[in-house]
Design a protein. Structure first.
Length: 135
C-alpha cells in the first residue's frame, strides 16, 4: 500500500537517539511504496541541525532521499499550494500549520494515508476525513 510519510517520521528515523527512532525505522523498512512530499525534505533540512546534525550529514541525507529508488518524491506545485490554501480557508484552518496541511492534502489528493507521529495533526485529519496511520 502507498503511504505519504510526514517529515517527523524521517527525522525520527535519522536521529538514532530519538524516542521514536525504532518505530520510525521499522515502519519505513516495512513500507511498499512510500512517498515523501518535497516539503518534508525541506523541513528535514532545517530540523536536523537543531538536533546537532552537521551540515555534511544533512546534505547527504537530503541527497539520499532525492536520489532514492525506494522513495517517490511528490513535488510541490503552484496548483497544489492554491488547492491547499482554498482547503484551509474552507475548513477554517490556521495558516500557522500551512506546511502540515500541504503534506496532509497531498496524501488526501492521492487517496492514500498520511503516516505521522503528530497526534494533533492525526486528530485534525481524521476530523476532516483525511486518512492517517497512527504510529
Amino acid at each position: 500500500m502507498s503511504v505519504l510519510i510526514d517529515a517527523n517520521v524521517l527525522v525520527y528515523d535519522t536521529i538514532e537517539n530519538s524516542p521514536h527512532h525504532d518505530s520510525a525505522s521499522e515502519l519505513i523498512d516495512e513500507l511498499e511504496d512510500p512517498i515523501i512530499n518535497s516539503l518534508s525534505i525541506v523541513e528535514l533540512g532545517f530540523v536536523l541541525p537543531r538536533y546537532g546534525i552537521d551540515n555534511e550529514s544533512v546534505r547527504m541525507k537530503i541527497e539520499e532521499l532525492l536520489h532514492s529508488d525506494y522513495f517517490t518524491v511528490s513535488w510541490i506545485s503552484g496548483k497544489m499550494i492554491e488547492q491547499v490554501s482554498a482547503f484551509m480557508v474552507e475548513n477554517k484552518l490556521s495558516f500557522r500549520e500551512f506546511n502540515d496541511w500541504i503534506i496532509a492534502h497531498d496524501a488526501n489528493s492521492r487517496n492514500i494515508p498520511l503516516v505521522t507521529f503528530d497526534r494533533v495533526l492525526q486528530r485534525k485529519c481524521k476530523k476532516l476525513g483525511i486518512r492517517v496511520i497512527e504510529i
